[in-house]
Every structure is written in C-alpha cells, then in structure tokens.
Design a protein around this ligand. Structure first.
Ligand code: 2HA
Ligand code: ZN
Length: 273
C-alpha cells in the first residue's frame, strides 16, 4: 500500500489539520509522532525498499524502542503543511537496535529532520508504551494559549493544575482521572526537558510545559486529540472565570469530584483529593 494511503498516515494528517484549525500551532510550533505497528512498519519497508538517510543521533537513549518505526513531523516544518505537502512536512523513521540513532525511510524531503522535540517524544513513547502494555501510540505537542496563560498565574505544581482543570468542567476527572503533570520552565529540544517529561508520563497522559505548551499521549489519534481538546477547553473556562475578576460563588468541589468518580467507577489520583 502507498504510504499516503495507510490508515495511520491519514489519521496523522487528520490530527494535524484539526489542531491547526483549533489555533494551537503558530509557524513551526508543535509536533506529532506515532509509533507504528509491526505490520505498518513492514509495509513501509516493502513500499520504500531502502532508507533515504544514514543513521543519525537521537540526542537521547530509548533502548526499549529499538527497531520501531515512527511517523514524525519535521523540525522547522509547519503543522499546517502536513496535509498540504505531506512528504515535506513529516516523515517515517526507524530507531536502531541500541535506541540512540534513527534513519529516515520516507518523507522529510529536501533535507528534513525530525522535530527538535524528537527526544521528548521518544522518551514519552517509551514510558507510555511500558505503562500501557503497548497500547499508547501517539504523542502530541502543541502551544494552546489558555494553558500557557495559566502557567503564569497558577503555582507550577501537578496539584494546582489538576485541581483547576478538574474543577472547571465536569467531565475532566472522567477523561484524565490520573491528573496532569507540570514541567517548570526549561530550554526546549534538550534531553533534560525530555527526561522531566518522561518522568511525569509514568503517571500522566498529559504534561504541561510552563510558558510553552502541552504534551498529550493516547492509544489513538482521536484519544490524544480528545485529551488535548478537553485540557484546553477546561483551561479556557478557568482562565475566563479568573479574567472576570469576579468572586467565584460556586465551583465543582472535592466532594463533587468524588461523586463523579463513584458514579463513573473511576480511580482518581488520591494525591489531588
Ligand atoms: O518548534 O514546538 O517545542 C517546535 C516546538 C518546540
Ligand atoms: Zn513547543
């Protein structure tokens, strides 16, 4: 099957376009990656016959991902061009057996390279794969204004962000019962921020980068996008309420959250109750 006709490639492009439509990507901001199944990787090998680059350094080490194939957006390439110019805007890469190098099989034309956040993406894939018995395949990063704005006024703690988001919209505890994690401001594109994010992703499907953006994980494109959409909407509501400057008269309380958990049979993260 042609690469562009593969279901996972279509899903990748759909998420990119939906996210651009949401206004979460300026210029080359944000990035997306997907861990292919063995059958999908076999199709890439069959279709492309040989890699188009030599082995190159990842800038981090992800031994558990050795031999796996990833669809990934390109550094300096714009998410808005994922659907317009697929083979330029993203590509398909293989990780070597040691988990320290990658090579390109398809796309990233005109000398393209994977996103500058390839190390955080791969580190998040490694931990989410482990924690979900291989179910999680998507890691998605964007720059949504409301969440970034909240990182200027809330304490940069997992608890402050989780409680604010859970209390702003009733369905939030259902969609992320484990809560969300927060990474203090750090230089992006480096292994330090990758390690900090990986640590949070052992517990959460969502990590907020102070003054920068959000990383979400999911089993499918729909689930990763849906989680991002929910976090962003809840942050938007919280920010709107705060921006009125009015006294908050009523909110979703800890007891209310516990009631939701009981009814929906959720295991909420106890740390935040
Ligand atoms: O430019 O979003 O974090 C891509 C990014 C870096
Ligand atoms: Zn970013």
């Amino acid at each position: 099957m042609k690469i562009i006709d593969m279901k996972c490639v279509k899903g990748f492009m759909q998420l990119a376009q939906d996210s651009v439509d949401k206004g979460w990507h300026e210029m080359n901001g944000g990035n997306l990656s997907y861990r292919m199944t063995e059958a999908e990787a076999a199709n890439v090998k069959k279709e492309c016959k040989k890699p188009t680059s030599d082995w190159m350094e990842i800038g981090g080490s992800v031994p558990k991902l050795g031999g796996q194939f990833f669809i990934v957006t390109g550094t300096t390439r714009f998410i808005r061009n994922v659907t317009r110019d697929p083979a330029n805007a993203f590509g398909i890469t293989e990780i070597d057996a040691t988990g320290t190098k990658y090579r390109i099989w398809w796309g990233l034309e005109d000398g393209g390279r994977p996103t500058s956040e390839f190390a955080p993406h791969l580190r998040c894939h490694e931990i989410r794969m482990e924690k979900t018995d291989g179910a999680n395949r998507v890691i998605y990063h964007c720059h949504p204004p409301a969440v970034i704005a909240l990182t200027f006024i809330l304490p940069l703690t997992d608890k402050a962000f989780t409680r604010t988001l859970w209390s702003a919209m009733t369905e939030c505890p259902v969609i992320f019962p484990e809560g969300v994690g927060v990474v203090k401001w750090m230089v992006p594109g480096k292994d330090d921020i990758a390690r900090a994010t990986q640590k949070l992703m052992a517990t959460y499907n969502c990590a907020i980068w102070a003054h920068h953006g959000v990383f979400c994980a999911g089993a499918t494109f729909d689930k990763a996008f849906g989680l991002m959409e929910t976090v962003v909407k809840s942050a938007d509501i919280a920010l709107k309420v705060m921006s009125t400057g009015k006294k908050v008269r009523q909110t979703i309380t800890t007891d209310d959250i516990k009631k939701i958990a009981k009814d929906f049979k959720l295991t909420l993260n106890e740390k935040f109750l």
